[in-house]
Design a protein around this ligand. Structure first.
Ligand SMILES: *[C@@H]1O[C@H](CO)[C@@H](O)[C@H](O)[C@H]1NC(C)=O
Ligand SMILES: *[C@@H]1O[C@H](CO)[C@@H](O)[C@H](O)[C@H]1NC(C)=O
Ligand SMILES: *[C@@H]1O[C@H](CO)[C@@H](O)[C@H](O)[C@H]1NC(C)=O
Ligand SMILES: *[C@@H]1O[C@H](CO)[C@@H](O)[C@H](O)[C@H]1NC(C)=O
Length: 209
């Protein structure tokens, strides 16, 4: 015992590492690196295939008028008044394998490029491979058009053309990669002041990933 201890503590003992041990360590390191590279490759392949971000689409179900008041001051003042409440009922379809979270999404209503109303959509999620209803209520107040002569004649004729712009913005998180998705939908509608109907709805959508 004493002899062995003395031998181990001896100053002449060389510090050369055991070559077998070093080999084992190198193999371990290679296996570790190989596993990491393989995992990264699998993640990249998954991100490019199954989890590849696909376009989120927005469709318009209906625009419903809940309240509408219109009146005119005839000649000589020629003023037109309009206020209305419109419920925008949209569907958002998410074809991705992960859920789509939308935040701070907005709607805007314009008459001849003049803003007459705006609203925000409540934040929400659309499940993977799913569709969710997204609603909001816009209040239209056309006091900025009070003295607009084409607005006056539209109110007199009983049908007012409006444009409705919605932006549904959010993200999908594909594994560790976050992708921003924004869909813009613009619709031209005609608001009938007598029947409160919305007709001639024509919509276009654009998605940016
Ligand atoms: C909308 O119009 C009605 C009737 O003209 C009026 O009583 C109401 O105050 C108006 N609302 C707003 C917000 O101006
Ligand atoms: C949106 O409104 C429609 C009717 O206007 C209703 O059927 C639907 O359930 C609403 N969706 C949500 C998410 O509130
Ligand atoms: C307009 O509204 C009336 C009732 O207010 C309804 O009978 C009619 O079918 C509607 N027209 C259109 C085109 O939606
Ligand atoms: C709405 O009308 C404007 C002006 O006429 C036009 O430029 C736009 O393409 C229309 N949008 C849709 C969705 O039809």
């Amino acid at each position: 015992m004493d002899l062995m201890l003395a031998k181990e503590d001896g100053p002449t003992r060389p510090l050369a590492p055991n070559p077998k041990k070093r080999n084992a360590w190198v193999i371990c390191l290679l296996i570790f690196l190989g596993t990491i590279i393989l995992l990264a490759l699998i993640l990249v392949i998954l991100a490019l295939t199954v989890f590849k971000a696909k376009d989120v689409t927005v469709s318009v179900n209906s625009f419903k008028v809940k309240n509408l008041h219109s009146s005119i001051d005839p000649l000589p003042s020629m003023k037109a008044y309009l206020n209305a409440t419109i419920i925008l009922d949209l569907s958002v379809h998410n074809p991705n394998k992960v859920s789509f979270k939308y935040r701070h999404s907005t709607a805007e209503v314009e008459y001849n490029s003049v803003q007459v109303g705006e609203a925000t959509f409540p934040d929400g999620n659309v499940p993977s491979d799913g569709t969710a209803g997204v609603n909001t209520t816009v209040t239209i107040l056309a006091d900025r058009l009070l003295s607009d002569s084409s607005f006056y004649s539209d109110v007199v004729s009983g049908s007012v053309p409006l444009s409705i712009y919605t932006t549904i913005a959010g993200k999908i998180k594909v594994l560790i990669i976050k992708k921003h998705v924004t869909t813009h939908t613009s619709c031209n509608i005609t608001l009938n002041l007598q029947t409160w109907n919305v007709t001639d709805t024509q919509c276009k959508s654009k998605v940016s990933l």
